[in-house]
Design a protein around this ligand. Structure first.
Ligand SMILES: Cc1ncc(C[n+]2csc(CCOP(=O)(O)OP(=O)(O)O)c2C)c(N)n1
Length: 353
């Protein structure tokens, strides 16, 4: 259950080395076809998200972050792989579990941390918090707290861009619990009918709060929902950053060259509780299940793959880890020295005509 500021589960720090995790068998082949600089960049982004969120969990437990805070730990490969396919003029819309996508898009970690802490230097001037990160220049259009609220908005953004004859593509991330809401179907229908350059990415982390997908969906393969709208679809291992990147790259190409939409289901797993207010296991899954899933940690598997190919050494990993740790420390320092918004700010930015 969500309850503001209840004691959260402790965050297990992730070892950065592969430490016995085997490489992804399918990942090796893809890694061999990808430039080493790209591989290292993907790894750095996933590590930054992991470290940033571990720090956010710490600050939340100290009461420095208010409201809700939903961590992306375990799902990093989806946001990083998908967003790595975009250009600077493309758009992203996401749910409230969006710190990872915001960092992958290159929003400033300090401004994100400041937003989480309600500071006026935050990306949304400290008035949005964890669930409402927004950065128009980088095409990052939320952070949406209403489950599925971003799905029709993404169709609208893609429609507007197409109408204005711009070549942009819109990526829309949401959880699997959103696929049964009415506007998901209305949006997919119009996206297909109007041939909109939008890519819907359903991050199936198996649980909508404490309810497993098996109890809410008649379909196992959620990407099949695209068939009802004659839309292209894909289902991908969301724990494999290169598989996600490849699948989304095909969809981006389809959107740009044919102005056609795609629905992608990325199968992933949330290692933490639904939000910082919730226990890691709850009554809906066992400790053993979470531990088993952690064996497929997308970061550890990727490190194992890159080490096995000689793209990185354990020393490189240590160096990379130092670098992201420094970025996170800088982000916290920036947030700490920032001020809170003036009370009168409550009345600004409420409505933009
Ligand atoms: C319209 C609406 N109904 C209910 C809620 C309460 N709620 C918040 S998160 C959540 C579960 C959503 O799960 P999912 O879409 O799978 O995303 P995940 O949290 O797993 O990333 C619910 C029901 C809400 N925010 N909005």
């Amino acid at each position: 259950m969500e309850a503001s500021h209840a004691a959260a589960g402790t965050v297990q720090l992730t070892e950065v080395s592969a430490s016995g995790t085997p490489p992804g068998p399918m990942q090796i082949d893809r890694a061999q076809r990808t430039p080493p600089a790209v591989l290292k960049d993907l790894l750095e982004k996933m590590l930054l998200i992991r470290r940033f969120e571990e720090k956010a969990a710490e600050l939340y437990s100290m009461g420095k972050i208010g409201g809700f805070c939903h961590l992306y730990i375990g799902q990093e490969a989806v946001g990083v792989g998908a967003i790595s396919t975009l250009g600077p003029d493309d758009y992203i819309l996401a749910s409230y579990r969006e710190h990872g996508q915001a960092l992958a898009r290159g929003l400033d970690p300090g401004e994100i941390m400041a937003e989480l802490c309600g500071k006026k230097s935050g990306v949304s001037k400290g008035k949005g918090g964890s669930m409402h990160l927004f950065d128009k220049p980088r095409g990052f259009l939320g952070g949406h707290a209403i489950v599925g609220g971003q799905i029709p908005l993404a169709a609208g953004v893609a429609f507007a861009e197409k109408y204005l004859k711009k070549p942009s593509v819109t990526l829309c991330f949401f959880g699997e619990a959103a696929v049964n809401i009415g506007s998901f179907h209305e949006s997919l229908n119009l996206a297909a009918l109007w041939k909109l350059p939008v890519i819907y990415i359903c991050e199936n982390n198996r649980f909508g709060m404490g309810t497993p997908i098996e109890r809410t969906s008649a379909l196992y393969d959620l990407s099949q929902k695209a068939c009802a709208y004659n839309m292209a679809r894909g289902c991908v291992d969301g724990m494999d950053v290169l598989a996600v990147r490849e699948t989304v790259a095909e969809a981006v190409e389809r959107a740009r060259s044919q102005s056609a939409p795609t629905l992608i289901e990325a199968r992933t797993y949330r290692f933490m509780g639904h939000s910082m207010s919730d226990p890691v296991h709850g009554h809906y899954r066992t400790k053993a299940e979470v531990e088993e899933q952690r064996r497929h940690d997308p970061i550890k598997v990727f490190i194992a793959t890159l080490e096995s190919l000689g793209v990185v050494s354990p020393a490189d990993i240590e160096e990379l880890n130092e670098k992201v740790r420094d970025s996170v420390e800088d982000a916290v320092a920036f947030s700490e020295r920032s001020e809170e918004p003036e009370p009168l700010e409550l009345h600004t930015d409420v409505y933009v005509p």
